[in-house]
Design a protein around this ligand. Structure first.
Ligand SMILES: Nc1ncnc2c1ncn2[C@@H]1O[C@H](COP(=O)(O)OP(=O)(O)OP(=O)(O)O)[C@@H](O)[C@H]1O
Length: 600
């Protein structure tokens, strides 16, 4: 999805990206056939009108043909009715088809995006992705709901009118056929230009929306640093860029329309002039010229409208191209063709062997993990400590197989993570992360994420164990209170307790605790520690903690620095060793701290 990829795809055939939508259309054969049927019906009725008009002109206007005139006018009335009904039905079928198509497309793009590995989100702004999901699909909807049907109608009308023109006055039509390349070729050349500009306009708008969604998500931080004016300036700049880009696209489209209409009507006028000479010379009836005139107006109108919707369709092709880029974004973390099953029952043993990893986006020379080897026995509690940026959270990310290592590997109960299904691997873990995500759903649903389908009793029991039941019961609707964007805002400590309840409910053999109690007050922390202590019984646990007091009870401590394990042992042995851990411990427990250590 990089810009380079975008521009290289931009050179693809004009409307070719729209073909990505064909499989969706195939699913709805009924709707497509309905739309085509009424489209054809409306076109045929319109094409029959000029014949009726010629007959009225050539035979109708004499006193003895009064009954004939009445008949013709009655038929015209019936045709008007048929045209009205067919047009309404066509509109209905085409619009429903457009809505359906876009709903399916949104569903597929979303389910694909949520399966992509975190590496994808390291490089792509979430705002831009959301804009594709909404703005681009709307573009396709409007193209399908209106433009595609207009294009198709005009194609049928144009072709039909052309055939009828040849039938009505062959030699006049030959002149028209020679005029067609003069009209169409410049349109094609210009259409390409419109498409390129539309794409730039869409990209600029996506950039602006990405910036807006980030800024709106972080208004507190912005206001705290008096950054409102700066953010508004930056947003205004992005919006101005987007405006300039779409003005340029609109200008190109306007020029396209001008060229098309002028060429078409000039050619028609010239040809009619020749026709008028024939009527004057008596080689053609007035009615035939009238019929030819109506057909050429229909054909010209159809061509003119085609050129307009060509621009619309080019826009939709741009949008379809961007969405298909998203849909073809490969899932990097996948299960092998025949994944190995993890042993049952789970033991929870972890073997990490010379693990090395570097974030694809990292500008740093050294990797985030630089050769870590560690074995954690079933049921053991290992605390991981180390300065910020040491690679502790990265180790958790690799355990959950969010990324694959550059070198070395991780085995879970003897199976290499890459040989198993990632879903099965993640099933073995329950994580309490540093930043707890709360979703726009009820508190119940937010906890039940730990085990989808869990009963109300189980959710409540987990909340009680996580010391969360107290505050939840005090909320207006208890467990049914809405949280997240559309509901109440939870405090850091409350979020953490929700995350612990999720982990308790998950009941997985391995627990990953990343600063799990950092946001709790002393009293809640003691209670939650007790709950966690119970939860940790019989489970393998890896605990990341900056506050060393929380990890004193671990079986073993490992100390990480710059992506490697520098020390390993118990609290006492590490203090006696007098290395990095002893220094961190002295700083935290505030004993015998030397000035050099404080500054280091
Ligand atoms: N998504 C990412 N993309 C690129 N680099 C990253 C990413 N996440 C972390 N890093 C880098 O990897 C290194 C290790 O980070 P990590 O988050 O694992 O450290 P940590 O020990 O957990 O730190 P902390 O205690 O502050 O959470 C750091 O240099 C960090 O800048």
């Amino acid at each position: 999805m990089s810009r380079n990829a975008k521009s290289s795809n931009g050179r693809a055939k004009q409307l070719q990206p729209l073909s990505r939508l064909l499989p969706y259309l195939k699913t709805y054969r009924g709707l497509v056939s309905g739309a085509l049927f009424f489209l054809l019906m409306a076109s045929l009725v319109t094409l029959a009108l000029p014949v009726a008009v010629r007959r009225v002109i050539d035979h109708g206007f004499s006193a003895d043909n009064a009954a004939l005139v009445n008949n013709y006018f009655m038929m015209l009335g019936l045709m008007a009715l048929a045209l009205g009904v067919a047009s309404a039905m066509r509109y209905y079928f085409v619009m429903v088809l457009g809505e359906r198509l876009v709903a399916d497309l949104r569903r597929d793009v979303f389910s694909h995006i949520v399966r992509l590995s975190p590496a994808f989100f390291d490089v792509n702004q979430s705002g831009e992705i959301v804009s594709r999901l909404t703005a681009d699909t709307v573009q396709i909807k409007s193209a399908f709901g209106a433009s595609a049907s207009i294009a198709l109608r005009n194609l049928i009308m144009g072709l039909g009118a052309l055939i009828m023109m040849i039938y009505t006055a062959p030699w006049l039509s030959v002149m028209v056929i020679f005029a067609i390349p003069v009209i169409v070729l410049p349109l094609i050349a210009f259409g390409r230009k419109v498409r390129g500009r539309s794409r730039i306009a869409q990209d600029s708008l996506a950039d602006a929306s990405a910036f807006a969604s980030e800024a709106i998500g972080a208004t507190r931080a912005l206001q705290a640093f008096n950054g409102e004016a700066m953010a508004s300036r930056q947003y205004t700049n992005s919006i101005d860029d987007a405006f300039a880009a779409s003005r340029s696209a609109t200008r190109a489209r306007a020029t396209l329309t001008a060229i098309a209409i002028t060429l078409v009507f000039c050619s028609v006028t010239a040809i009619l002039w020749v026709g008028a000479q024939s009527v004057l010379a008596g080689t053609m009836t007035g009615g035939t010229l009238g019929q030819f005139l109506l057909y050429s107006v229909l054909a010209a109108g159809a061509l003119g409208q085609l050129s307009e919707v060509w621009g619309e369709l080019s826009l939709a092709a741009g949008a379809a191209e961007r969405l298909s880029e998203l849909l073809s974004e490969p899932e990097i973390i996948t299960a092998p063709a025949t994944p190995k099953a993890l042993p049952q029952p789970a033991a929870g043993r972890i073997d990490i062997d010379r693990l090395a990893f570097c974030y694809p986006t990292s500008g740093a020379k050294a990797g985030a993990l630089n050769g870590i080897s560690l074995s954690v026995k079933s049921g053991e509690t290992v605390a991981i400590v180390g300065p910020s940026g040491a690679g502790k959270s990265t180790l958790f990310a690799l355990l959950l197989r969010f990324y694959d290592p550059v070198e070395g590997g991780i085995r879970l109960d003897g199976i290499d993570l890459r040989e198993a299904d990632p879903q099965a691997v993640r099933q073995r873990f329950a994580i309490v992360p540093q930043d707890v995500a709360i979703f726009a759903a009820s508190i119940h649903d937010n906890i039940a994420i730990g085990r989808p389908g869990a009963s109300r009793e189980d959710v409540r029991a987990a909340a009680i164990a996580a010391q969360a039941d107290g505050f939840i019961e005090k909320l207006e609707h208890g467990y049914d209170t809405l949280a997240g964007e559309r509901g109440i805002t939870l405090s850091g400590g409350q979020r953490q307790r929700i995350a612990i309840a999720r982990a308790i409910l998950r009941d997985a053999p391995i627990l990953l605790l990343d600063e799990a109690t950092s946001a709790l007050d002393a009293e809640s922390e003691t209670l939650v520690q007790q709950a966690l202590g119970q939860l940790m019984q019989g489970r393998t646990t890896l605990v990341i903690a900056h506050r060393l007091a929380t990890v004193l009870s671990a079986d073993r401590l490992i100390v990480m620095d710059e992506g490697v394990i520098v020390e390993e042992g118990t609290h006492d042995s590490l203090v006696a060793h007098n290395g990095l851990y002893a220094r961190l411990a002295r700083l935290q427990f505030n004993t015998e701290t030397t000035p050099e250590e404080l500054s280091g």
